[in-house]
Design a protein. Structure first.
Length: 124
C-alpha cells in the first residue's frame, strides 16, 4: 500500500514541477510612439490616437491630470523545493505616465522593468 502512496505522490510532484502559468495585465502599447510625444505640444486627443485610452487617470488639480498606460506579462512556475513548493515568477512591466495640463502633455516618464520573484508557496 505504501508503494501506491509513493507512486501517486511522485506523479503529483512530477506534474507540479512542470506547472507554468502565463498572465498578462493591462494593455500593451507601441513603445515606438513615445518618440512622437512632444512636451508642451502634444494634445490629449493625439495621445488617444497613439496609445488608446489610458488604463488609469489621476487628477492632481483642476487642470492637471496624470494618464497611465501599463502592461505586465509574467510566467509563474511551481517546483518542489526542500521546504515545500517554490513559486518562481518572471516577466516584464512597461509603464508610461503622462502629465497633462490644460489638455497638453507637460511631461512623461517611461519605464520598462523586468522582474524575477521567488517565494515559498503559502508564504507571505
Amino acid at each position: 500500500m505504501n508503494t501506491i502512496k509513493y507512486l501517486v505522490l511522485s506523479v503529483f510532484l512530477a506534474t507540479l514541477a512542470g506547472c507554468a502559468t502565463r498572465t498578462t495585465t493591462g494593455r500593451e502599447f507601441d513603445v515606438a510612439n513615445i518618440a512622437k510625444i512632444q512636451k508642451g505640444v502634444t494634445p490629449r486627443n493625439e495621445l488617444v490616437s497613439l496609445f488608446g485610452r489610458p488604463l488609469d487617470v489621476s487628477t492632481l488639480s483642476g487642470d492637471e491630470v496624470v494618464w497611465e498606460y501599463s502592461w505586465k506579462t509574467a510566467t509563474s512556475q511551481t517546483q518542489p523545493g526542500p521546504d515545500g513548493p517554490v513559486v518562481t515568477s518572471q516577466g516584464d512591466k512597461k509603464t508610461l505616465e503622462v502629465l497633462i495640463k490644460n489638455g497638453v502633455v507637460i511631461n512623461y516618464r517611461y519605464a520598462d522593468d523586468p522582474f524575477w520573484i521567488e517565494k515559498l508557496k503559502g508564504a507571505q
